[in-house]
Design a binder for this molecule. Structure first.
Ligand code: G4P
Length: 549
């Protein structure tokens, strides 16, 4: 009887602990087009969190500045970025997990998957350049999951574009409403600071790369004579701007932000550590706590006492002496414990982890416990694929880890006919890591590899030769886009199969894929097969019922 009591007592204690941990956690990513200031902002946030002491300590995203041909150098740097893949720091009693996303566009797919493991994002936009290509692509991924977004318009110390024009562009191109919470006075050489619209405070700008404190003064409002005495004409312009902003944009409402309908907008200069504290303080107040996720068996709440999580990223060690990989696991529910057996749902096997790792800026350390919202690194000798689920025995899998239609296609050809087994194994494993996708024809004899960047082909060729002993080459193909074809019965794709037999492939899971040669060919296929669906992304672990053989 007493033991029952203790069991119940322990159960309640563990639930209370999970609730407390969830309440105090935020897991997010900073996203931007390269060069908008993501690394600089990351560094400033880490300075506030006390995770680093000096500016210049974060080097993770310098990858983009290396010549693309020198991929070994890039990989070396990518190795460094493992330790910065997750950066955990504390601020105002919150534990904040900042997930790093690769700056190089060729690793964009890695970024897209990382976005499935966060609960919100901060989007950095360069005020000179506005919304750029990569900004749009990343935001499309956020929109698929209604991820809450805070926008940080950066580099206000530069001669940038008119703020209203920038906001219009964000609304239009990123398909999200905006709610400015602060407004700049001047820009570039006339930049004086930002006015917090809700708190009626003015944050004075003084260029200084090292400063930590912000110089914030309260006013009664934009009409305050003190503000006008100090700034004259510029204060009048600010009043005019803010009156306009209040008239045009609906007042900020946390619910609109949390549902992904409206983005909160801040202005600042990451390099000058300006507006960053304000951003961070608002972030901890409004950003969502760790959220549950959809599984093949319904929605999993983070408060469920049973541990579960999913792998969203694999990082291979390129050093042939150390073949290990790190699997990054996002914990969705319950408490993860070191050295406890967990169920690997796809392999139907129990596994335990002696050295699960957490990441604190540049340091790694072994963790004994981890909670919903946390990301831990698990040393892996080949058990994991992207999208894998660990549970306490439940046969469910997390959904929603997307695979996107690749943009560049090349045919993989073996140059040593005796190594076909090695090539087969190698390409399957490398694509499991999410490096690229492989599409098969003629019972797998023809292999077309699709990626989002050219760099991946160099990496794959190098790894196939060095890790798998399979010498190979890539033959460029002039193909436009791959789309997964969903249909009910063969008759639905009769046209496609008759007209384009050579463009029909299968992915590794046996799903039918149409790789079109041009935009026109794709549109014709869509028009002529009205009962079939052409998908440009699919989710790992989604039922593929009705998708090919
Ligand atoms: P990213 O990670 O988004 O690619 O961008 P990153 O932070 O590396 O910033 C890109 C460049 O923009 C860097 O200059 C950085 O110093 C600069 N930058 C970032 N924030 C601001 C800002 O608020 N104002 C101004 N004027 N510049 C800013 P770089 O010369 O390319 O590199 P570095 O030599 O400074 O490291």
């Amino acid at each position: 009887m007493q033991s029952l009591f203790f069991l119940e007592f322990n159960f309640i204690k563990s639930i209370m602990n999970i609730l407390k941990q969830i309440q105090n956690r935020k897991t997010f990513a900073i996203i931007s087009h390269p060069d908008a200031g993501k690394t600089t902002l990351t560094e400033k946030l880490l300075l506030y969190g006390g995770a680093i002491q000096i500016a210049g300590a974060v080097k993770s995203n310098k990858i983009k500045k290396t010549a693309t041909s020198d991929f070994m150098e890039i990989e070396k740097q990518r190795g460094i970025s493992v330790s910065t893949s997750v950066m955990t720091f504390s601020y105002n009693n919150y534990t904040i997990n900042l997930l790093d996303t690769p700056g190089h566009k060729d690793f964009a797919e890695d970024t897209y998957r990382t976005l499935t493991a966060v609960d919100s994002v901060i989007l950095v936009i360069d005020c000179v350049k506005g919304v750029e290509e990569q900004t749009e692509k990343l935001m499309n991924v956020c929109r698929m999951r209604n991820t809450p977004v805070i926008v940080f318009i950066n580099k206000l110390d530069r001669e940038g574009r008119d703020p209203i024009e920038l906001l219009d562009e964000i609304e239009e191109k990123l398909n999200i409403h905006v709610r400015p919470l602060s407004w700049p006075m001047g820009i570039g050489s006339n930049f004086r600071g930002v006015f917090n619209i809700h708190e009626n405070t003015f944050n004075f700008f003084t260029p200084n790369k090292q400063r930590i404190e912000e110089d914030i003064v309260s006013f009664s409002g934009v009409d305050d004579p003190k503000l006008h005495d100090q700034f004259g004409k510029q204060a009048l312009q600010l009043k005019h701007d803010i009156d306009l902003v209040r008239g045009v944009y609906t007042e900020f409402n946390v619910q609109d932000y949390l549902s992904g309908n409206a983005a909160a907008v801040f202005f600042g200069s990451a390099l000058n550590n300006f507006g960053v504290k304000e951003l961070l303080e608002t972030f901890v107040k409004i950003a969502p706590k760790p959220q549950g996720r959809e599984t093949t068996h319904g929605f999993m709440e983070p408060t469920n006492e049973k541990f579960s999580g999913f792998v969203f990223k694999l990082h291979a060690n390129l050093d042939p002496r150390h073949r290990d990989r790190i699997a990054f696991l996002r914990i969705v529910s319950g408490t993860f414990e070191r050295n406890k057996f967990y169920y690997h749902v796809r392999l139907k096997r129990e596994l335990k982890f002696a050295n699960p790792t957490s990441f604190m800026a540049q340091d790694k350390s072994v963790v004994d416990f981890a909670y919903p919202g946390d990301v831990i690194g698990l040393y892996d000798s080949g058990n994991f694929k992207i999208g894998d689920t660990l549970s306490e025995g439940e046969e469910m899998m997390y959904k929603g880890i997307p695979t996107f239609s690749p943009e560049i296609f090349k045919e993989l050809q073996l140059t040593d006919p005796f190594k076909s087994k090695q090539l087969e194994k190698g390409i399957l494993q490398l694509t499991d890591e999410g490096l690229a996708q492989v599409f098969l024809q003629n019972q797998g004899n023809r292999k077309v590899v699709g990626t989002v960047g050219d760099l991946q082909f160099d990496v794959i060729k190098y790894r196939l030769e060095n890790e798998y002993g399979a010498p190979c080459m890539f033959r460029p193909l002039s193909l436009y886009k791959a789309s997964w074809v969903q249909y009910d019965k063969e008759a639905d794709i009769e046209w496609l199969k008759t007209i384009h037999p050579h463009s029909m492939f299968y992915d590794k899971h046996g799903n039918l894929v149409f790789i079109s040669e041009s935009k026109y060919a794709l549109q014709r296929a869509i028009d002529n097969n009205p009962k079939a669906k052409f998908l440009f992304s699919i989710e790992h672990n989604t039922e593929t019922h009705g998708m090919g053989e």
